[in-house]
Unconditional design. Structure first.
Length: 324
């Protein structure tokens, strides 16, 4: 019989966090979802509230909290540029203090803890594709630094707790992820394009659209996180989780228009400061240590995502910040 754990998921009502909670609840674990609902939706986990092995706690992880758990997934932090740049100091606090507080819980409980880091630690990369050994090209004083450097600092804290306190830590670096339950106003490129296309609005591309991204479907990503948590004790990371298939932003826009049957036109605006020109994960380590690689093609994943977007009531969502 599989072992049942008491598991804390910070940011558990967010896009990825809610799907992770769903998987863990289905596996029979006792799940504690902690979220302050800044960019997340309570509706993301509403269907879990009736489950006896799911608890929802409204709490800001920049403040300490006392919980007794066996495992921790630390996902708390705004992830879209418009959101994390809205209050950059709070973003940095969320990454750094959130890491300190969750690591403190893990130290007290001797719990296994996973940090959801990001491909943004690589900045605007000079190495392509990006392996975990690459140290990045990040502007520490730019407008994206609150997120980039916050996540880098969190990784530092995780490794220092691992070395000093022999804590069982895991670090994954998540590349662009998409799928149902994305916030339609989160400002990310996939949700932006789908929202604009479904309303037959101009699709906004920043720059000439030649910059590239690699898009991983949410189910594949969550599976990678679960495998990382269950990996042998010496599998600390960091390990990249993402889809190595690379697409230009212009290719993405054209595919969204095709799949939605939209009358939208593509318009171009100025490229934001420090926006990476290329982004693609080297997932050699994930394949080797986790037996993991994404299975969902971009077309298949977008079809499912567009279908979900067609079902939502737009008036039930609001932009979390004035940036959108």
């Amino acid at each position: 019989m599989p072992q049942i754990h008491r598991i804390l998921v910070t940011g558990g009502a967010g896009f990825l966090g809610s799907h992770l909670c769903e998987r863990l609840v289905e596996q029979g674990h006792d799940v504690i979802c902690v979220d302050n609902f800044f960019t997340s939706q309570k509706s993301n986990v509403a269907h879990l509230l009736s489950q006896p092995n799911f608890d929802l706690v409204r709490h800001d992880i920049t403040q300490s909290i006392v919980l007794d758990v066996d495992q921790i997934y630390n996902l708390a932090c705004p992830a879209a540029p418009g959101h994390y740049q809205y209050n950059p100091i709070k973003t940095m606090k969320t990454s750094v203090l959130g890491a300190i507080h969750t690591l403190g819980i893990a130290k007290r409980c001797r719990a296994k803890i996973l940090q959801a880091s990001t491909s943004e630690v690589y900045g605007d990369p000079e190495v392509h594709p990006q392996p975990e050994s690459y140290r990045g090209a990040v502007n520490p004083v730019g407008p994206r630094a609150c997120y980039d450097e916050g996540k880098r600092a969190a990784e530092t804290l995780f490794m220092d707790y691992h070395r000093m306190h022999r804590l069982d830590v895991r670090i994954v670096r998540i590349f662009n992820t998409y799928g149902p339950r994305m916030h339609p106003y989160d400002g990310r490129v996939v949700s932006n394009f789908i929202r604009q296309a479904l309303h037959n609005e101009d699709i906004t591309i920043f720059g000439d659209g030649s910059q590239t991204r690699s898009f991983c479907y949410r189910d594949d990503l969550v599976e990678g996180m679960l495998r990382m948590m269950d990996a042998p004790d010496d599998c600390v990371g960091p390990i990249n989780l993402g889809n190595p298939d690379e697409f230009t932003i212009l290719e993405l826009a054209k595919l969204v228009i095709e799949l939605t049957g939209s009358r939208s036109q593509i318009v171009h605006k100025e490229l934001p400061t420090d926006d990476p020109t290329r982004r693609r994960p080297d997932i050699t380590l994930a394949k080797k240590h986790l037996g993991w690689s994404p299975r969902t093609s971009l077309r298949e994943g977008l079809e499912k995502t567009v279908a979900w977007f067609r079902t939502i009531r737009w008036d039930e969502y609001r932009a979390p910040t004035p940036n959108y």
